[in-house]
Design a protein around this ligand. Structure first.
Ligand SMILES: Cc1cc2nc3c(=O)[nH]c(=O)nc-3n(C[C@H](O)[C@H](O)[C@H](O)COP(=O)(O)OP(=O)(O)OC[C@H]3O[C@@H](n4cnc5c(N)ncnc54)[C@H](O)[C@@H]3O)c2cc1C
Length: 400
């Protein structure tokens, strides 16, 4: 009997836990996480139908539905008047059109669901990877405490500042995109006015605001983005001054501003990304999620892409009739074009969301109207190509 594949996963974020799940005990797995426990910072996250399909494939549909909120609509609104610019029906349409619903979840809940369902594997906390080396027969993860972990395959799922990526391709800093975001959550009891059961995007000059319910409708998650020339640290955990946030949205709709004024604690961070890489895998080492393709959150696809990567990589690594190099190169070939398109698409959304000229905004809004009129089932972000994707179908179609 052949020995089980030993896989070291660097990073226990959403993507790292998804690949561990997808391997389903077909491999001997060690997860190396720099934190002292699994935990997700940040608050809300949208699971579009393509992300939902991954979680369903991993057997997590039921716990996900139990803790999520299913929005009715996806809406673009004018930043000042609140006028509807575009409205896509999520609840009644997505399941039929894309084979799965769209749900909004609290990141901590999603992370907990993934962690609770992990297959038997070794998890080492406070294990920060500093580099990865490899020889013909194995790859080695070097930790900051001097320990070394040897494996047949190493997966860098260590986020935007990936140490594994740096080992493969050298140091290059992520790019500040000129956008800063504030985020906070409000319990529904704290709301001074009713919030629609929708994923609502308010589009204004040089910024936009998104809000939606999470945790079965008990909390509203708010993310407010503003363009700025000033660089801000790339961290989700920087506490921010509420007054600065309110001031940054002077002149915006009063409903929004009253929500901002109710924020108890808010966080601020700079939004960074990188241009698409030409490759992700070298020998026995590969990347997934933000380590491979960090993107702006404006298509709501970063985690969805990390989950898709995780499922695809797990399924391919389980195919032990192929060499490791073949499995990793298939993974890269199948995933890279899609994630590159999402990276570029997310940047383009920033431009369209933040148009400053009233004339350009008028033309954009007119185009929304025409698109909606021509196709009442059109999605907000022209997201059909994103939502229809199904990892199993892709593998079947490629005869893999
Ligand atoms: C405001 C905002 C809103 C978003 N909304 C959405 C959304 O609605 N839908 C969506 O799909 N995506 C969304 N995203 C994107 C999504 O959050 C990320 O793309 C996703 O979390 C990436 O997952 P990951 O597992 O690749 O990396 P991460 O979640 O960053 O996890 C990396 C893990 O690796 C660990 N780690 C890091 N370095 C090391 C090291 N050297 N050694 C060991 N461990 C290490 C970290 O502690 C962490 O646990 C949003 C992002 C932002 C900023």
């Amino acid at each position: 009997m052949s020995r089980r594949l030993r896989v070291a996963i660097v990073g226990g974020g959403l993507g790292g836990l998804a690949v561990a799940q997808a391997l389903r005990g077909d491999a001997e797995i060690v997860i190396l996480e720099q934190g002292s426990r699994f935990g997700e910072v940040g608050a809300g996250i949208n699971m579009s139908p393509n992300a939902f399909k991954v979680l369903r494939e991993l057997g997590l549909e039921e716990p996900l539905r139990r803790c999520a909120f299913q929005p009715e609509r996806h809406v673009f609104r004018d930043w000042r008047s609140g006028r509807t610019l575009f409205c896509a029906d999520i609840r009644s349409e997505y399941e039929t059109s894309f084979g799965a619903p769209h749900l909004s979840v609290h990141r901590a809940d999603l992370h907990e669901i993934l962690a609770a369902a992990l297959p038997k594997c070794e998890v080492r906390f406070q294990s920060r990877c500093v580099s990865v080396t490899q020889s013909e027969g194995s790859a080695v993860v070097h930790l900051d405490n001097g320990e070394e972990v040897e494996a047949d395959v190493v997966i860098g799922a260590d986020g935007i500042k990936s140490a594994v990526r740096e080992s493969l391709y050298g140091k290059d800093e992520p790019e500040f995109t000129g956008n800063v975001a504030w985020r906070f959550t409000l319990p529904i009891e704290a709301l001074s006015h009713a919030i629609e059961p929708a994923v609502t995007n308010w589009l204004g000059p040089g910024g936009h605001v998104v809000h939606y319910y999470v945790r079965r409708g008990q909390l509203v998650n708010v993310v407010a983005v503003r363009e700025t020339a000033q660089w801000t640290a790339e961290s989700w955990a920087l506490k921010a001054d509420r007054e600065e946030m309110v001031h940054a949205f002077d002149g915006w709709n009063t409903h929004l501003r009253s929500m901002f004024a109710q924020a108890d604690t808010c966080f601020k961070w700079g939004l960074f990304d990188r241009p698409p890489l030409a490759r992700w895998s070298e020998g026995r080492v590969t990347l997934l999620g933000d380590a491979a393709h960090p993107m702006l959150p404006f298509l709501g696809q970063g985690a969805a892409m990390a989950l898709e990567d995780g499922l695809m990589l797990g399924l391919l690594l389980s195919q032990d009739h192929r060499t490791i190099a073949d499995r990793l190169s298939l993974y890269e070939r199948l995933r890279l074009p899609r994630t590159a398109r999402a990276q570029i698409g997310s940047r383009m959304r920033a431009t369209e969301n933040h148009l400053k000229s009233p004339v350009q905004r008028f033309i954009r809004n007119l185009k929304f109207k025409i698109r909606q009129h021509r196709n009442p089932k059109a999605t907000l972000h022209k997201g059909e190509w994103l939502y229809v994707y199904d990892v199993r179908e892709v593998l079947r179609a490629a005869d893999i």
